[in-house]
Design a protein around this ligand. Structure first.
Ligand SMILES: Nc1ncnc2c1ncn2[C@@H]1O[C@H](COP(=O)(O)OP(=O)(O)O)[C@@H](O)[C@H]1O
Ligand SMILES: Nc1ccn([C@H]2C[C@H](O)[C@@H](COP(=O)(O)OP(=O)(O)O)O2)c(=O)n1
Length: 240
């Protein structure tokens, strides 16, 4: 067995595979046992859908039922905007009000910091990243900075009609969300960005077979039934 292994280990590909997935632990004598290495990289689900599709609402339910940590890119950006001394405050404000997407270097660093902090403080290693990646710049930046450091699972895509989304955002604004973009003028621009930029990202992942799509027009509990089915299936496939 050992000479055969030694021979195999001489090929570069096998060595690479071995180092990544398997460890050789010595037993007594000259016997060894192969052990599968635990993959401790953070597991990531991207949550996408139009403004008001119900991403945040459903993420909260997923947190309670499946133990993920919810990281909303929009919330992290709003926090950074409000942070005293932030050098990005006015840039973020301009983007949010005009429905534009903040440069990825800012958003990706906020996300990475939040992942590390959560992991250190709570040990939780499963993340819902809500509202990201929203355009090509987001996607490329993530690939550069994060793709090697995480285990990306799939995109959870909330598909909801524009009428419903607009109605929900306006209602959220009237109910006192305090958001500077829950008004018709900003919403128009947010939807342009969604149709022109974010849909292309969703289609990119669809082409890779990495989209789990949820019909999100119904009430929150009905939508969550579909979410639960999708996540239970992923759990049964041992994705997390
Ligand atoms: N399925 C639903 N039906 C009706 N209203 C909803 C539904 N899901 C969310 N809402 C409400 O619509 C607004 C937008 O939902 P939210 O989860 O914040 O969406 P997103 O994160 O996609 O912008 C919130 O006020 C929320 O309470
Ligand atoms: N990846 C992201 C996510 C959000 N933003 C900015 C621009 C978005 O219109 C706002 C609000 O995003 P958020 O995800 O909170 O809200 P909606 O899904 O649009 O309701 O934040 C961004 O620039 N880049």
């Amino acid at each position: 067995m050992i000479p055969v292994l030694n021979q195999l280990l001489k090929t570069k590909l096998v060595v690479k595979c071995f180092k990544r997935h398997v460890t050789l632990s010595p037993l007594s004598g000259n016997k060894f046992i192969l052990r599968k290495m635990e993959n401790n990289k953070p597991k990531i689900i991207f949550v996408l859908g139009a403004p008001g599709a119900g991403k945040g609402t459903q993420c909260e339910k997923i947190v309670n039922s499946f133990g993920f940590k919810h990281l909303s890119a929009g919330d992290l950006l709003r926090e950074e905007r409000a942070r005293e001394g932030s050098q990005f405050g006015s840039l973020i404000e301009d983007c949010i009000t005009n429905g534009k997407i903040v440069p990825v270097e800012i958003t990706c660093s906020l996300l990475e910091n939040a992942i590390i902090k959560t992991n250190q403080e709570t040990g939780n290693n499963k993340f819902l990243i809500d509202g990201f990646p929203r355009n090509e710049d987001n996607l490329q930046g993530w690939q550069r900075q994060m793709s090697e450091k995480v285990d990306f699972l799939f995109v959870l895509f909330f598909e909801c009609s524009q009428d419903k989304c607009v109605e929900r955002c306006l209602k959220r604004g009237q109910a006192g969300s305090g958001r500077t973009d829950d008004n018709m003028e900003s919403l128009k621009k947010r939807f342009d960005t969604y149709m022109n930029d974010t849909m292309a990202i969703i289609n990119h992942y669809r082409g890779l077979g990495k989209v789990r799509q949820i019909f999100a027009n119904e009430d929150p509990e009905t939508v969550f039934k579909s979410v639960k089915n999708a996540l239970t299936e992923a759990q049964e496939q041992k994705l997390f």
